[in-house]
Write a protein that binds this ligand. Sequence first.
Ligand code: ZN
Length: 234
Amino acid sequence: MARDNNSAATTAQNTNEVQKNTYEQLLSGNRLFVEQELEKDPDFFKKLASGQSPQVLWIGCSDSRVPANQVTNTKPGEVFVHRNIANVCVHSDMNMLSVLDYSVNVLKVKHVIVAGHYGCGGVAAAMSRKQFGLIDNWLRHIKDVYRLHSHELDLITDPAVRADRLVELNVIEQVFNLCKTTIIQNAWKERTDLEVHGWVVDIRTGLVKDLKVSCSNTDNLSKVFALDAVTPAS
Ligand SMILES: [Zn+2]
């Protein structure tokens, strides 16, 4: 029994050690990052501190394997980022809408990219009938995408291929969801240099697949979603 207690204590100590190392590595990693950037450009952080003018808004999955800057080989300051589980864009999400409004109307980004990824755990969970807790409510949005496209998805017998296709269809639906917002539609009434795109990152190769669903007007939306301009009250 005493030996069991000792071994449990050693395991706990090792776990604590690993946890501490992981944490310390973040801080030493940060110092290394600063050192390397300053070596390339001594004014790098001075320039960053002076403000941002990113041209791109990235709406991606929270998955740790798809970081916006690394995937696109961009630097701090170049991409404005919003991430959530399975890159869902719903019009009741005040967080997403705030990011979208600020980036479109204040930063004046030119490209909004919805970036999904193959192997998305959120999409796989939404395809299943298992309960996962609170997240089930969020995954309902993806189940709705499945329902919309069930005629196509149910014909795919390989579950992995079906999951890959749902990842793509989910991105496409989220692109349309963004295009339905007053934020995007009012911006299109004012300027012609704003596009919404749909991408999937293949985490098996690192490469991006452009789904070729880019929109710069309401032509691809059902008429009921294309809104008239607001007329000022007289
Ligand atoms: Zn994901």
